[in-house]
Design a binder for this molecule. Structure first.
Ligand code: C2E
Ligand code: MG
Ligand code: MG
Length: 814
């Protein structure tokens, strides 16, 4: 295919001359400028345009202007005037045309070559891609690169200099893992089997790191060079590779995560079936179905997997969270392919269209059966008694709370079986013994338990039935009798009593569950106190309620008094202690009195136990001691130096670590002689903490203080132990004194107690002497002192003082 020359609008003669002069070219004639432009657009290898400017000057000028805008090839003019090689003067001659055209074309080719060379240089040196051009045999035979060009970008990408590259060749800097593939292709290129190849490969940099490149290699046909040539273009793609690797890594971790997920990941439609679009492999393990069975609801829809009772709630939760763009979380059960139910936890979220409509749902579903099992166990432990597996007090409380709103027509009651006698039995026979009894009781009572009459174990030694829907009170009484008949079969042999308390939850019943259960306890305790044989039952009634109310009022007032507030008062009366030998008052017992405006005068038998229960005895006890010592001080001041003041002390006071030090401080403050103080403690004190109590008593005795055992004979201590006790005196309880009124002297043991106490070195005081007969007996059997209404009731300070004054005027017998 030769070069084309276009002649535009020449005359017939000129045309013939031109054709003859340029016979080696394809000379084409265009009749005018328009046609010439068409040729220019379509002709390849157009090397010259000769425009005849002699005829249509305007047409020629337009064409020239166009070519100037887009120079495609050399241009010559046929003209009568003008100068230069590009102008062919008419008349044309073959020789002139041939010479001038050769000259113009020669110049144009040089110009073109220059332009191409500078374009190549610009590309080669400045291009943002690495380029090498090699003329050699190959990369491995060591004789490569007779001529070798490397652009700066290539040096930059590979981190190698041109000289280095020329010496070691591209194969040695290609990553070993990529080399083989590269060489295979290169050999095919050399063999002419392919014109080019491309691949992604790594070049090893001089520091050992590598760079990823995208490479295109093409063979070059260079006429002047006979050895094999090729061009190699490389682009640094490290960043892209890194991103790809990161993506691959994230895909890998995602798949690792999914394969280790104790459940499944899903994408579903937001439709009634929750049509599955994607579900991870974990589906098989969790549901028993292959993922493919669920996708597109092929065998079963996800909705069908959900246990029906949860379906509506799950849908409603999605409906709630989706408009708010919130996360969905829910725990529910699914049915596996084998019919087994599994607890799952789902969390998911919606995907929305640009218009905010829910497109799909995506999330994960995990198997939480293990956690649920633990949770259920915990709930069980929380609401059950471990020994008997019966519901515990918490469960009963919850039920009672839930039922507070129940219709008043539904009759409800709580029936408690109080086995507190087991507490003492536990101390005697051990823990194991009581546990066995409790288990037996539970088994026996369980016979009566049903939906309308639920058995709970509400305390270590108490069981309670929550009875619903009974008809009348008699039903409850019959029920108590059935309880007793079940228990007596084995508890009577063990010698264990039980009391049954009943609280009916009527229209006016308290809404306070805590209070209700306290009332129940009170009723059962009351039942224990009024035992008929082995057992008894007792309804919580208004009288008990009033007593409770009264107790609460007393407690409140005592708290106020202890805080130095309140309108009531705590004061002392003094009962004389009369010595039989001298027939004289030798001491007084300080007895506490409580006066409350709303309730009047309250017996210490009632309020002292309350102060002990509430620990108010600690501050109030101090106040009592102070009042007693102050009066003793007054008596001593009036000359009654030998009078002894007896003060009742509770175990709680005595066990307080600073009791002795505190008492000593008060004795010093009141300036009284410790030998004129007697502390009365009841026998029961020793039951709890014998060793400690006895040690404290020893300390007190060493200070000169006397110790008396009050109400002797009613409590725990035995005479055998009396020898070890750090005490000075026994106060025989009124019980033994009362007996003197009915028994003969021979029958009564009071005298034996007196002589035994004397043998142990203790002095004896008899309490509650009301009758002369009792006095005679006590004199006869050598009792030391007496105390009782026969001598005097407890009196206030003024009367007590007058009693002493009166006796001072009576001449002594001896
Ligand atoms: P207690 O220490 O045995 O006091 C004797 C109780 O018997 C007193 O009852 C007294 O009034 C009463 N009594 C005395 N002689 C006779 C009598 O001939 N016939 C009858 N029927 N009773 C007689 P009180 O004052 O009601 O005290 C009852 C109990 O309260 C005291 O028994 C004592 O245990 C306790 N108590 C009183 N005051 C205090 C106190 O300040 N602290 C402590 N911890 N307990 C106190
Ligand atoms: Mg006393
Ligand atoms: Mg007493």
């Amino acid at each position: 295919m030769g070069d084309n020359i276009l002649v535009v609008g020449s005359s017939r003669d000129d045309w013939a001359t031109i054709q003859a002069a340029l016979a080696v070219y394809n000379v084409i004639l265009a009749k005018d400028g328009r046609q010439a432009l068409e040729y220019v657009a379509n002709l390849s290898n157009l090397v010259l345009i000769i425009i005849d400017a002699t005829s249509e000057t305007l047409d020629a000028l337009l064409l020239l202007h166009t070519l100037e805008q887009d120079p495609r090839c050399a241009v010559m003019l046929i003209s009568q005037t003008g100068e230069g090689e590009s102008v062919l003067h008419t008349p044309l001659t073959r020789a002139c045309v041939s010479d001038q055209v050769q000259q113009v074309l020669q110049k144009d080719r040089c110009k073109q070559l220059n332009e191409q060379s500078s374009l190549f240089n610009a590309i080669f040196w400045q291009a943002p891609i690495g380029i090498t051009i090699s003329h050699g045999i190959g990369p491995l035979d060591g004789t490569i690169n007779e001529v070798f060009s490397v652009n700066p970008r290539f040096e930059e990408i590979t981190g190698r200099t041109r000289a280095e590259l020329k010496t070691i060749g591209w194969a040695s800097i290609t990553h070993p893992d990529d080399l083989e593939a590269d060489l295979v292709q290169f050999k095919r290129l050399q063999a002419g089997e392919i014109q080019s190849y491309s691949m992604e490969k790594r070049y090893i940099k001089s520091d050992g790191s590598w760079v990823w490149v995208s490479m295109v290699v093409a063979s070059l046909q260079i006429q002047s060079n006979h050895s094999y040539s090729h061009i190699c273009l490389v682009q640094d793609i490290s960043q892209r590779k890194q991103a790809e690797q990161q993506l691959a890594e994230s895909e890998r971790s995602k798949s690792v995560l999914l394969s280790h997920l104790p459940g499944l990941a899903y994408r579903t439609k937001y439709d009634p079936d929750w049509t599955v679009l994607y579900v991870s492999d974990g589906c098989k393990n969790l549901t028993g179905y292959e993922p493919a069975s669920l996708v597109g609801n092929r065998d079963i829809s996800f909705n069908e997997l959900i246990v029906p009772s949860y379906r509506q709630a799950i849908r409603e939760e999605w409906e709630r969270v989706l408009p708010l763009h919130q996360t969905f979380t829910y725990e529910y059960e699914i049915i596996k392919a084998d019919g087994q139910r599994v607890w799952v936890w789902e969390t998911g979220q919606g995907y929305y269209t640009q218009r905010g409509e829910v497109q799909e749902l995506e999330g994960i579903i995990l198997d939480i059966s293990d956690r649920k099992k633990v949770e259920q166990e915990l709930t069980f432990y929380n609401e059950h008694d471990m020994l008997t597996s019966l519901y515990n007090r918490r469960h009963l409380e919850n039920l009672l709370h839930e039922d507070i709103q129940l219709h008043a027509c539904l009759k409800r009651a709580v029936v408690a079986v109080n086995l507190s006698a087991l507490h003492t039995a536990s101390m005697t026979y051990g823990f194991q013994y009581t546990q066995e009894i409790i288990k037996k009781v539970a088994t026996a009572l369980l016979v009566l338990s049903n939906e309308q009459c639920l058995l709970c174990k509400t305390h270590e030694y108490r069981f309670s039935f929550y009875v619903k829907n009974y008809r009348e009170k008699q039903d409850l009484i019959d029920f108590c009798k059935r309880i007793s008949s079940l228990l007596e079969t084995f508890l009577i042999i063990e010698g264990i009593n039980w009391g049954i308390g009943i609280v009916e939850i009527g229209r006016d019943a308290t809404k306070d569950v805590e209070q209700l259960l306290r009332n129940l306890l009170v009723a059962s305790e009351q039942a224990l106190q009024q035992l008929h044989g082995q057992s008894s039952y007792c309804f919580f009634d208004t009288e008990m309620e009033e007593r409770l109310y009264r107790e609460e009022e007393i407690t409140a007032e005592l708290s106020r008094i202890a805080a130095g507030e309140g309108s009531g008062s705590l004061f002392l009366n003094y009962q004389p202690i009369f010595e039989l030998a001298s027939n004289k008052i030798v001491g007084f017992e300080a007895l506490a009195r409580l006066q409350i405006s709303s309730l009047g005068l309250i017996s210490p038998l009632q309020f002292i136990p309350i102060t002990e229960k509430t620990k108010l005895i600690i501050p109030l006890g101090d106040s009592i001691i102070l009042q007693a010592l102050r009066f003793l001080n007054t008596l001593h001041g009036k000359g009654y130096h030998n009078i002894v003041m007896s003060i009742n002390i509770s175990a709680i006071q005595l066990l307080k670590h600073d009791f002795t030090a505190n008492l000593l401080r008060m004795i010093k403050a009141m300036q009284v002689d410790p030998r004129c103080i007697c502390l009365e403690i009841t026998e029961s004190v020793f039951a709890s903490n014998y060793q400690d109590i006895n040690r404290v008593l020893g300390q007190l005795q060493s200070m000169g203080i006397q110790i008396a055992i009050d109400d002797f004979g009613t409590g725990y201590s035995s005479l055998a132990r009396e020898r070890e006790l750090n005490i000075n005196c026994l106060k025989i309880d009124k019980f033994f004194i009362d007996k003197l009124m009915t028994l003969t002297d021979e029958e009564a043991i009071t005298g034996d107690i007196i002589s035994l106490a004397h043998k142990l070195g203790h002095c004896v005081v008899a309490e509650g002497i009301e009758h002369e007969r009792q006095l005679q007996y006590l004199r006869k059997f050598g009792c030391d002192k007496i105390q009782g209404y026969l001598i005097s009731r407890p009196v206030d300070e003024k009367v007590a003082l007058s009693l002493l004054e009166a006796q001072a005027h009576i001449p002594s017998k001896d």
